[in-house]
Design a protein around this ligand. Structure first.
Ligand SMILES: [Zn+2]
Length: 84
């Protein structure tokens, strides 16, 4: 399982938390940066080129090189959530 920096942050106050993650899009961007700080990387082949599509309300990333599909939250503690 890959290391997710979000899990290792020091505690935030509720006010700080809401400023940083108070909207779903802010939360999504924060997760994206934590997961792929240098931009997208395919988990299977390390390629950087990908397409993005939505299925069942969830955003998927598909690698152009090997067609591997992933979501922002697969393999993280957020995997079970319906919102991301
Ligand atoms: Zn790939």
């Amino acid at each position: 399982m890959s290391i997710n920096l979000v899990q290792f942050q020091q505690g935030l106050s509720m006010a700080q938390f809401m400023v940083q993650y108070g909207t779903q899009s802010k939360c999504y961007r924060a997760l994206y940066r934590a997961r792929w700080p240098q931009g997208f990387r395919c988990l299977a082949c390390q390629s950087r080129s990908r397409s993005r599509f939505r299925r069942n309300g969830r955003i998927y990333y598909q690698c152009y090189a090997c067609r591997h599909q992933t979501t922002l939250v697969s393999g993280t503690l957020f995997e079970g959530t319906k919102r991301l």
